[in-house]
Write a protein that binds this ligand. Structure first.
Ligand code: PLP
Length: 282
């Protein structure tokens, strides 16, 4: 695999980052994951906009401009022959002798790599996900896409240990989001409910696109928190993320949602999202 590290495309085993890089020592880094369909980038403008927001919130400069960012993504996809999969991008604050405070003018590191993956014809999407609920013990700025992924990783491992696929995190009795996705339910009257944007959740790029498509299709949407009990009583549940699009959720804490199989709203949104993302990919 060819990866991109600080200005160069190199084979992955030749890529080098300093052990003093603050991304490695302090999780002082932000990232983006962009999906690839037909060798093209989905929702790219949204991912670039959120990257700038994450960088801005942490006072990190962007290592390259937007045209260069697109060119690097495209070249990496081409060099690795990726037709379907994802591009992972990470910007860290840079390397410096270990200290909580950092000096002005650190040079950020930029790393990208690709992962070939079947996202459209996913066996999990056909089956639906089983999720558990777990306390949300993450920090208070989940709207910034940092690489502090230890807690969601532990939550996902706990889900696997309990024979489930993912965990929905809960704060003050309400679902925040999945370990790496936004969470939704569909109520008995067909309303799509998903938590409102705030510092409590990541502002998903797929979430924004899916809500726009749902609204275009005249579906009713409510952006508000919901509980696990409400989700268990819903007719459908699903999640969204760039790396999985729309994923039906069929069970929460051992309780089947609806009839326990992927619901029509989730399946329809998945189809519309894939069709639109494909048509608008760059
Ligand atoms: N929420 C969390 C915690 C995530 O890590 C992710 C994506 O990785 C999402 C939501 C979905 O965001 P997006 O649709 O931009 O991939």
């Amino acid at each position: 695999r060819i990866v991109f590290v600080n200005g160069a495309f190199v084979p992955e085993d030749e890529a080098k980052i300093s052990i003093f890089d603050r991304g490695f020592l302090m999780a002082d880094a932000v990232y983006e994951v962009t999906s690839v369909l037909d060798g093209k980038l989905c929702d790219f403008a949204g991912h670039v906009a959120r990257l700038h927001r994450s960088l801005g919130e942490l006072g990190m400069p962007s290592p390259v401009n937007d045209d260069e960012l697109l060119a690097i993504h495209r070249e990496l996809v081409a060099r690795n022959g990726i037709e379907e999969g994802v591009v992972y991008l990470q910007v860290t604050r840079g390397a410096h002798d270990r200290d909580f405070a950092w000096p002005e003018g650190l040079k950020p590191s930029l790393v990208l790599f690709t992962q070939a993956r079947q996202i459209v014809t996913s066996p999990t999407a056909a089956k639906g996900l089983r999720v558990i609920s777990i306390d949300d013990l993450r920090w208070g700025r989940r709207d910034i896409k940092t690489v502090q992924l230890l807690y969601p990783s532990l939550a996902k491992m706990e889900a696997k240990r309990r024979g489930a696929d993912d965990a929905w995190m809960v704060m003050d009795g309400k679902v925040t989001e999945g370990t790496s996705n936004n969470a939704y339910i569909v109520t008995r009257d067909g309303t799509i409910v998903t938590r409102n944007l705030s510092n409590d959740i990541l502002h998903g790029i797929t979430r924004a696109s899916v809500l726009r498509l749902a609204s275009d299709a005249q579906m009713k949407i409510e952006e508000r928190p919901f509980s696990i009990a409400e989700a268990q009583a819903a007719t459908e549940a699903f999640s969204t993320a760039a790396s999985s699009f729309v994923m039906p959720v069929v069970e929460i804490d051992g309780v089947a949602i609806g009839d326990g199989s992927p619901g029509p709203v989730a399946r329809r949104l998945r189809e519309i999202y894939i069709e639109t993302a494909r048509a608008q990919a760059v």
